[in-house]
Design a protein around this ligand. Structure first.
Ligand code: SF4
Ligand code: SF4
Length: 440
């Protein structure tokens, strides 16, 4: 039974721009920039230096603790190991690779037969998933092997997230239409690791072709249920999806495992399949390149490290963009330097025209309460905004700022144009900085 979470909105989906375009392999560029941090946790330390030759799939960075390795997406030579712009808006240590276009495969990469793969133990599978550098590919980028190991014995419900509720983005929709067997196979590996014989695949009712393809791929595979949910933003947010599928509410500050759930993106499932059966690390991903001024929207299979500039050139745009976002228009991060590379969590590059410019100078709250009605986390956005101005972290904590999932529903709905979510992001960063400083 599907539940409807509180609040939420129905923004214009604009998926028609790219939804009919099959996934097309984007030619690997001459130069690729591989950031040492593409996941939540400690960044990798580079394992190569300038001048070193590299092969496709070779590990080029790794670290300890909450960390997954990064790999060379092509073969070639290391041109530099230096700080480069990153989609997070910071500079990040990166390995710059000059592509030799020979695609010489790393000798460590070996495929497995069905029998070999099925004989692997849960521990061996988790190690393979770690070594392949797999993270949450819906944008969260949490290391998958850690989610699996921390869920052992706690999780009774697995959910594959194909909600993809952000406007314009259709990468997971296309993935499930074109690679449904791999998605289901990856899910079966997750089920084996967690020792469960049932799981859910949840998608919104605006993806009938993906639902049909998944249904076919699920035939004869017991225990997997397809949940078709009514479209509503932000259905793809972990806590909202868990509620929609199970009716369970993740407590404030808690993780999905607190209510026995673990959520995996469909792309993550395919990456797990590729790692286990093909021995392939996560070096490519599907990216929707779309937007209202794009001439030829596309879904591209892109090598990690390809610059946004190259993707913009590939689709063309009718006017000077107002904004280029990593992700969609609701939760995506605006990019100020288009030399930034595609990383493991980049599901879309959204290019928006000048008509999206909506800035109200000195916007004042009208006290209409609309932001409260739509907040899916049951927060009081207007009160958080007010509390921000005292500059005291205790005040924003008292109105549960840290529970905000930055979905943007409040800002989207606000008739006065108050920049709610922008302010919340900055305030959350100030709280984190204060917490880090207090620990020192
Ligand atoms: S951005 Fe935060 S405060 Fe605004 S609606 Fe989303 S969760 Fe609520
Ligand atoms: S929606 Fe905007 S104007 Fe209305 S209460 Fe919230 S912040 Fe104020």
């Amino acid at each position: 039974m599907a539940f409807s979470f509180f609040g939420g909105i129905h923004p214009k989906e604009n998926k028609w721009y790219a939804e009919k375009h099959p996934v097309y392999p984007f030619p690997e560029p001459d130069i690729l920039v591989i950031p040492m941090s593409q996941h939540i946790g400690a960044p990798c330390a580079p394992l190569v230096k300038k001048g070193d030759p590299v092969t496709m799939g070779q590990k080029i960075g790794d670290g300890q603790g909450l960390c997954v390795p990064v790999h060379a997406p092509v073969s070639g030579k290391v041109k530099a190991v230096e700080m480069r712009p990153h989609t997070s808006g910071t500079m990040m240590m990166s390995v710059v690779i000059e592509n030799d276009h020979l695609d010489t495969l790393c000798p460590d990469i070996k495929s497995r037969t069905l029998e070999e793969a099925q004989a692997l133990t849960p521990e061996e599978l988790m190690q393979i998933i770690r070594e392949a550098g797999i993270v949450g590919m819906g944008g969260a980028t949490f290391p998958t092997h850690v989610k699996l190991s921390s869920g052992l014995g706690k999780v009774d419900t697995i959910i594959v997230n194909v909600s993809e509720c952000e406007p314009y983005i259709v990468a997971d929709d296309r993935l499930c239409q074109e690679y449904p067997a791999e998605v289901v196979s990856g899910l079966q590996i997750i089920m084996k690791v967690l020792g469960l014989d049932s799981a859910h695949i949840a998608l919104e009712d605006n993806k009938p072709a993906a639902a049909k393809a998944l249904k076919q791929a699920m035939e004869g595979k017991d225990g997997i249920v397809l949940d078709i949910l009514p479209s509503k933003y932000p259905q793809g947010a972990e806590k909202q999806l868990i509620y929609a599928v199970t009716g369970r509410q993740v407590p404030s500050g808690g993780l999905p495992a607190a209510v026995g759930c673990a959520v995996f993106n469909a792309g993550t499932c395919k990456a797990i399949h590729d790692a286990v059966y093909d021995g392939m690390p996560l070096i490519r991903r599907i990216v929707t390149v779309s937007g209202d001024i794009v001439m030829e929207p596309k879904n591209l299979l892109v090598a990690i490290g390809t610059s946004f500039n190259e993707l913009l050139e590939a689709v063309g745009h009718k006017e000077n963009p107002y904004k280029v976002l990593s992700g969609g228009p609701m939760m995506g991060a605006a990019q100020y330097d288009l030399a930034v590379p595609v990383i493991k969590g980049t599901n879309a590059v959204t290019i928006l025209g000048q008509k999206n410019k909506y800035i109200v100078e000195n916007a004042r709250c009208l006290r209409c309460g609309k932001c409260i009605e739509v907040c899916p986390m049951n927060l009081m956005p207007v009160l958080i905004y007010k509390a921000m101005y005292t500059g005291d972290t205790k005040d924003v904590m008292a109105v549960d700022l840290m529970d905000c999932i930055e979905c943007g529903c409040c800002a989207y709905t606000c008739p006065a144009g108050v920049p709610l979510v922008l302010g919340f992001r900055a305030a959350k960063q100030r709280v984190r900085d204060a917490q880090t400083a207090a620990k020192k």
